[in-house]
Design a protein around this ligand. Structure first.
Ligand SMILES: [Ca+2]
Ligand SMILES: [Ca+2]
Length: 184
């Protein structure tokens, strides 16, 4: 069974990142809405090559997400299906679609494109997604353990801990800019 700490993290990610229209279930249209948000954040136009690449990646993430989680195959992933998927998943590796999601998160934050996410980049993205700035500043401190930036390798490890670790004090719990949901 998924531990209480993990369940809270998983439900937070579900609500905050996947269920973009807050309907309580995740469908393809939620991914379309998230893509719209990303497009606005990045200032892309529909004619940009990068827009089409992003659209294709979001489709791939949705397809992987649905095929691993939508157990009754109704085109919607409920919170129960989401938690059940993680119950069945081994605790060492992330599903391929989640690795892709990790890559998207990293590249969105690495605005300067130097292969590292620094505090300013991290905080900016979390503000755009509606989190309080001071939470994001605090989160970056925990994640980076005093370093000025996070490399791709470090980011991947922290991201993986968010989804797989049962430890309430794991630094990776802060990867989405806050741990307030653990205190509820
Ligand atoms: Ca939804
Ligand atoms: Ca379903």
């Amino acid at each position: 069974m998924v531990s209480d700490v993990r369940r809270k993290k998983l439900l937070f990610a579900f609500k905050k990142f996947f269920d973009a229209d807050e309907s309580g279930a995740v469908e393809k249209k939620d991914f379309e809405k998230s893509l719209d948000r990303i497009v606005r954040l990045q200032g892309w136009k529909e004619s940009d090559v990068v827009f089409n690449v992003a659209k294709d990646i979001m489709n791939q993430i949705w397809e992987g997400f649905q095929s691993s989680a939508d157990s009754d195959n109704d085109g919607k992933v409920s919170t129960e299906e989401w938690i059940k998927m993680w119950d069945l998943q081994d605790k060492e590796t992330l599903p391929e679609w989640n690795n892709l999601f990790c890559k998207v998160c990293f590249h969105l934050q690495d605005k300067s494109g130097d292969g590292k996410v620094d505090e300013e980049e991290f905080v900016k993205v979390h503000e755009v997604f509606g989190g309080p700035k001071e939470d994001a500043v605090e989160a970056f401190k925990k994640l980076s353990q005093g370093q000025s930036s996070l490399s791709w390798e470090e980011f991947q490890k922290l991201f993986k801990d968010f989804f797989l670790s049962d430890d309430a004090d794991a630094p990776g719990n802060y990867i989405f800019g806050t741990i307030n949901f653990l205190k509820e």
